[in-house]
Design a protein around this ligand. Sequence first.
Ligand code: GRF
Length: 190
Amino acid sequence: MKKVKAAVFASGTGTNFQAIMEKDNLFCEIVLLVCDKPGATVIEKAKGYGVQEFVFLPNSYSSKVEYERELLEKLREKDVEWIFLAGYMRIVGQTLLDAFEHRIVNIHPSMLPKFPGKDAFLQAFQAGVNKTGVTVHFVDTGIDTGPIIAQQEINIYPDDTLETLEERIHRVEHQLYPQVINQLIANEKE
Ligand code: GRF
């Protein structure tokens, strides 16, 4: 059976990208990695998996509209139907949102709407709460505000350090995101 094609957008280490690539029986084919940070580790990971990458420098374009138009061209060339953000540190603009309505998904390391934005696990750690979590949601114009698809709660223990918490959050992310991706694609086929 032919698999639906998808792109991952990432800016950093790419452990979530890796978890998606390593998922047994992923229901889509990742045909493109889009990265806005030349030198990011995720680019090497994409090369290792033989996934074509498109690396761009946002500052070399006059506007978000301009670079997103170029991204759109690349995505269309590759027949991409889904975009999965995995640590993509930019706000997605209207150009991509209009072209991929309800087809851009993000993973965020907190129980949204709690702790949106950057360093969500640090925010939770510093707030002294005993629970946080992971959220997978559709992307809209806001920062981590789109409709929630799935969430998983995570305990914060008194002896946790930022590192142990981060590790626990990542473990949950790496399991949850590929699962939710498959679920979204399966739902569409029903
Ligand atoms: C993850 O914690 C994800 O939830 C957030 O950015 C981080 C990316 O990590 N959006 P990695 O690059 O996948 O390791």
